[in-house]
Ligand binder design. Structure first.
Ligand code: ATP
Length: 347
């Protein structure tokens, strides 16, 4: 549905140039929800703006339904934007217009007859659960209600693609959950393709099918959300994941040493996904290798009903077998097993 190939975009800043996008290639499948995550300045907004033609890449192609939109002129771009809805962090509603007036605006601009506008807006307000706020002005709405208006307005021209620019970053956690549930509902009901940018892993976890991690204008990781949560490869992804699935609680992290001191216990981090998440690894470790491990930390997240977890265990100081063998044994039963370091005995 959307194909980006070899996108590069630089901005000049005094004497230096910043590569906002540095050779980005990506395919977005019809009907999927793709999350693009990265830290501030990673290039997320530039990427989104290239998709809807607000930004023209220096080189590379943006294919929408097979057509390279980087070659479009002004009028073709205008038509393109009607097929791509967009919602924003700060909603961007017109304060002088009612809820109805805001949602109706793109239809008025497209010259849709009044009766059809009335009917379409009523349907959209029903869809986003705001039928009773039809005549309210934005100033009287909560953040979540404003974003619902934003979503209804974005859907007014019946786009095939919805771009979300940090759409829940200004909302509290409960309202965020409701808006993400609404987006999931719209994705299912309308078969809409959704591309969202965010700096929050919880948004990706709760809504997306696949994810892309951007860092300094480059894609550093890409794949199904559950797979990346279970086995993050890049340092950026691991660090972003700390927000939802801490690898180690900070009190424990402070005590970790790289080399074993006499009497120190080795800490092993296990990652699990899907079926493996329920397997009795620790019991097997005790039974088969005669190693009694203790659990120091664990989290389990459900991503589209797939359990994905992290478990940190401490091995006893005097191991009956070589450490490598134990890590290998665990690695065969979990998604991954790695030595985190050692903790010295506290007494
Ligand atoms: N119009 C511009 N002029 C100059 N530099 C820009 C412009 N737009 C973006 N940049 C630079 O390009 C880089 C990527 O910016 P971009 O806004 O795409 O990142 P982002 O991941 O969306 O960040 P944020 O989450 O803070 O919005 C940054 O270094 C930014 O300063």
């Amino acid at each position: 549905m959307i194909g980006l190939s070899g996108l590069r975009k630089s901005f000049g800043k005094q004497n230096e140039t910043v590569a906002a996008l540095d050779d980005v290639s990506l395919a977005v499948r019809p009907g999927e929800i793709l999350g693009i995550i990265g830290r501030s300045g990673a290039g997320k907004s530039t990427l989104l703006r290239c998709i809807n033609g607000l930004e023209r890449p220096d080189t590379g192609a943006v294919l929408i339904d097979g057509e390279d939109v980087t070659r479009y002129g002004a009028s073709e771009l205008l038509a393109l934007r009607r097929t791509i809805g967009m919602i924003f962090q700060h909603f961007n509603l017109l304060s002088s217009r009612t809820v109805f007036g805001n949602v109706a605006l793109p239809l008025e601009l497209a010259g849709v007859p009044r009766a059809r506008i009335e009917e379409r807006v009523a349907r959209l307000l029903d869809l986003v659960g705001l039928a009773d706020k039809r005549d309210a002005y934005p100033a009287k709405l909560s953040g979540g209600q404003k974003q619902r208006v934003g979503i209804a307005r974005a859907l007014a021209t019946e786009p095939r693609i919805l771009l979300c620019d940090e759409a829940t970053s200004a909302l509290d956690p409960e309202t965020t959950r409701q808006i993400l549930a609404l987006l999931a509902d719209i994705n299912t009901k309308l078969g809409l393709t959704i591309v969202l940018i965010t700096h929050e892993m919880s948004v990706v976890r709760d809504l997306c099918d696949r994810m892309v991690v951007l860092e300094r204008g480059r894609i550093v990781e890409e794949g199904p959300v559950a797979e990346i949560f279970a086995a993050p490869e890049s340092a950026v992804t691991r660090s972003l994941l700390q927000e939802v699935m801490p690898d180690l609680p900070s009190a424990l992290a402070e005590r970790i040493e790289a080399e074993p001191r006499p009497g120190a216990q080795a800490l092993i981090r296990l990652r699990f996904s899907g079926e493996g998440a329920g397997e009795p690894v620790i019991a097997e470790l005790a039974r088969r290798l005669d190693v009694a491990a203790s659990v120091l930390h664990g989290t389990v997240e459900y991503i589209k009903r797939t359990p994905v977890g992290v478990l940190v265990i401490a091995l006893p100081a005097d191991l009956p077998r070589p450490l490598d063998e134990i890590v290998g044994f665990l690695g065969e039963r979990a998604q991954s097993a790695e030595l985190v370091g050692y903790v010295a005995p506290t007494h």
